[in-house]
Design a binder for this molecule. Structure first.
Ligand SMILES: [Zn+2]
Length: 308
């Protein structure tokens, strides 16, 4: 399968991360101070963007402006190289909206979910990378071994504990998300907290000691009382809310009644391929599914089209 066989929103970051050189402090420091460097501000998880004729694009700042936003090295992230230009992100938090202050007139901060389908795919992926690392940074300020405050290192891609020398790396939490199918029907579920009428694929976090297939089978049994027979990989998606990797699967299940686990799901419902197509088109009365930015939508789309 080629790298681009199935591309989900937030995949396809085009930057060269230069991960092998992040430990070279002189290299990172030199790039951070280079006048040609670009800086993407992210404020409380929202990237800085500017309007275009048909949507938004990331609003990078010149290094000289980016430097004025924060004195704290801790909040800088080396995202990588775009050809010969270094790209950093800076994490702005716990203050009033900078677009009304130092960044006035240069753009605005917008929520990642609302931007997902209006940014160019490559830009959505860059913003998701920055958001994902910053979400991790904010939740891991203290050493998980001894509890002392940890410090950012390697361009923001690592944290080191000055007390016990433990090293900590950005977390990515794998989630299996699967569409259970049998013949011409698929099964979807809904959580009580979701908007009325929304149906989606079933999902759950992988646990230690589990394979992807085992997690899929366990979640299907727990959440809907159905038995997985065969599990097919579809695609995957970085999901920066806050730090997940969604592993998309189509699960062939055994015939039998589906019973929702009320702690997890309010209800489950069968859909035929025709109904699934109508659901995606917004033509099934009283029901809808997640938008195309979500891998659940892509699983449903592939199955409804008969591609998987
Ligand atoms: Zn420690």
């Amino acid at each position: 399968m080629s790298l681009s066989a199935i591309t989900n929103v937030f995949s396809g970051n085009p930057l060269d991360r230069q991960s092998a050189r992040r430990s070279d402090a002189a290299f990172i420091g030199g790039l951070a101070a280079d006048p040609g460097t670009l800086v993407l501000p992210v404020w409380n998880g929202q990237p800085f963007v500017e309007k275009t004729a048909d949507g938004f694009r990331l609003a990078y700042l010149a290094e000289a402006i980016g430097r004025t936003l924060t004195e704290v090295e801790e909040t800088r992230l080396f995202l990588g190289m775009w050809k010969d230009t270094a790209v950093f992100a800076v994490d702005l938090e716990d203050r009033t909206d900078p677009s009304a202050g130092p960044l006035a007139g240069l753009g605005e901060f917008r929520d990642m979910r609302s931007l997902a389908m209006t940014l160019a795919p490559a830009e959505a992926a860059i913003a998701a990378t920055a958001k994902g690392v910053f979400e991790w940074r904010r939740r891991h300020r203290f050493c998980a071994v001894c509890g002392a405050p940890s410090q950012a290192a390697e361009g923001g891609w690592k944290r080191i504990c000055p007390s016990c020398s433990a090293e900590h790396f950005p977390r990515t939490d794998p989630v299996v998300i699967m569409l259970p199918v049998i013949g011409e029907r698929c099964l979807m579920g809904r959580q009580k907290v979701w908007p009325k009428g929304m149906w989606s694929a079933l999902a759950g976090f992988l646990e230690p000691g589990e394979t992807i297939e085992e997690a899929c089978a366990r979640e299907l049994k727990e959440e809907a009382g159905v038995t997985a027979l065969r599990v097919h990989y579809h695609s995957n998606q970085p999901w920066p809310f806050p730090n997940s990797l969604m592993i998309g699967l189509i699960a062939e299940i055994a015939d039998g009644e589906a019973i929702p686990d009320e702690a997890e799901l309010e209800a489950v419902r069968w859909f035929t391929r025709t109904e699934a197509r109508a659901l995606m088109a917004g033509e099934l009365e009283g029901a809808f599914c997640p938008p195309p930015m979500a891998i659940a939508h892509q699983l449903l789309k592939s199955w409804a089209a008969g591609d998987v």
